[in-house]
Design a protein around this ligand. Structure first.
Ligand SMILES: [Zn+2]
Length: 233
């Protein structure tokens, strides 16, 4: 974990920190140092979790301290795992978890938090996304969210929609995932017994291995729409 280093974040010192605290206390809404809410999205297998852990590594190397969060990761423990084998402990984002409370409780314990890495953000609730905005605007905490945009029906996840609406920056992850036909993969098809599912629960844990009863496969729009899985039935 990266959150075990105690600092004086709760009691800022120095002119700049004092000014920041004054602005914060005044609540005048002026731009302070420019914390941001950033949303990185892409289909399955495009390297989102790898990028999330890389982002954490980059910021930690600069001496910043953050929390790594996830929800419904492929692994069953509270950690982020990536398909290329990286892993990192993570805080599980439950329905009841308040992200602002989480950060405030760390600060109250003398633990510095400069940023949050939020993996699988598409599975968070809409209130969680509002809390991310609050952390940026009120507490100057950077929030980097990673996730899918759309579900197996090709409709936006509510949390992803809210991120598109509220984020300071939205980036489509460029690592290219291809449909079996060679076109760019865009949509996350749920395959049940060899057929592209068109209705059902929004979140069903599946796998990406071919033999699984419920699995997911990235398709281009054309082959998503006509349900053609190529040779991969
Ligand atoms: Zn295709």
């Amino acid at each position: 974990m990266t959150d075990d280093i105690r600092t004086d974040r709760a009691e800022p010192v120095g002119a700049e920190s004092a000014l920041s605290a004054a602005c914060f206390a005044a609540g005048d809404g002026r731009l302070r140092h420019g914390a941001a809410l950033k949303f990185f999205w892409g289909p399955m297998d495009c390297g989102k979790s790898t990028m999330a852990l890389q982002m954490n590594y980059n910021h930690a190397r600069q001496g910043r301290r953050g929390l790594v969060l996830t929800r419904i990761d492929r692994s069953l423990g509270p950690q982020i795992t990536t398909r290329i084998g990286l892993a990192h402990e993570a805080i599980e984002v439950t329905e009841e978890l308040d992200l602002c409370e989480l950060v405030r409780s760390r600060w109250a314990a003398g633990i510095r938090v400069d940023y949050l890495i939020c993996d699988e953000a598409c599975f968070y609730t809409v209130p969680h996304i509002e809390q991310m905005a609050e952390l940026v605007d009120r507490y100057d905490v950077d929030v980097f969210a990673f996730g899918l945009a759309s579900d197996f029906r090709s409709c936006l996840f509510p949390a992803a929609q809210r991120l598109f609406e509220l984020a300071d920056e939205v980036s489509r992850i460029q690592v290219e995932v291809l449909c079996w036909c060679g076109r760019p993969g865009l949509l996350n098809a749920r395959v049940v017994a060899g057929t592209v599912a068109r209705e059902g629960e929004q979140v069903v844990i599946g796998d990406t291995v071919d033999e699984a009863e419920v699995r997911y496969q990235v398709l281009c729009r054309r082959h998503y729409r006509n349900g053609d899985l190529g040779g991969n039935r």
